[in-house]
Design a protein around this ligand. Sequence first.
Ligand code: ZN
Length: 276
Amino acid sequence: MAYVHTQLDTDSLNNPLIDTHIHIDSYPVDQQLSILESLPGCEVDTIISVSMHLGSCQRNLELARQYIGRVQAAFGFHPEQEIPSPAAINALFDFMESHVDEMVAVGEVGLPYYSRLEALSGGKKWDNRPYEDLLEQFIIIAKKHDKPIILHAVYEDANIACDLLEKHGVTSAHFHWFKGAPETIQRMAESGYYISFTPDLIYEEEIRELARVYPAKQVMTETDGPWPFEGPFQGQMTHPHMTADVAAAWAEIQGLDQPAARRILYDNARRFYRLG
Ligand SMILES: [Zn+2]
């Protein structure tokens, strides 16, 4: 049975929101369905569900077909994992090529900042080259099919990602849950790249500072669920309705009223993901 997206009343007090980065397939199945059923009631009209690997792509595609418009599927390979075999990489690329019309974006892809840090701090050797090569392949796919790309690339890794995007002339890039140096922030902003804020915008000063300086036309809301949050969200299951808290925090930082802030964040996401 398909659940067709119903248009929200735009005259309601709050404008709708989009969770531009969630791993809906990573929740237990009963939670996947209860979250998706609850979205209209919390004024989140679309989620962009990013994929970890091939199996994750397949599940996200199923959900996108079941919840038309409410779930938009992105296909990729999360970089904080061991590099797959060449056969597994080819199987993933084949899947992406054969479902390109149902792929809203390439993602989640990027570079393994946290895995590398952990390996190096444990005295292990690290070779970043295979990850950079794989990211470049995904960038080539995004370019070939004119799709946006969703990046996990923080701190110095964001510069490597920027170099690769520039090399291939890809301008439609979303650096999710980004953090980085002021020069990198400036470079990304000037390149027209988008970033998104998670619920940690409420309590992380580094992110709040980023929200003060990043162009308002290039920011969106996300949860990265099921990743858990701290502060007022401690112990709660991460749910797309938390994008309302993100929007409220961004509104306050920007000195905007909440409906105006939500409208900007929503329009940015619809424009970036070409949701019409
Ligand atoms: Zn993610």
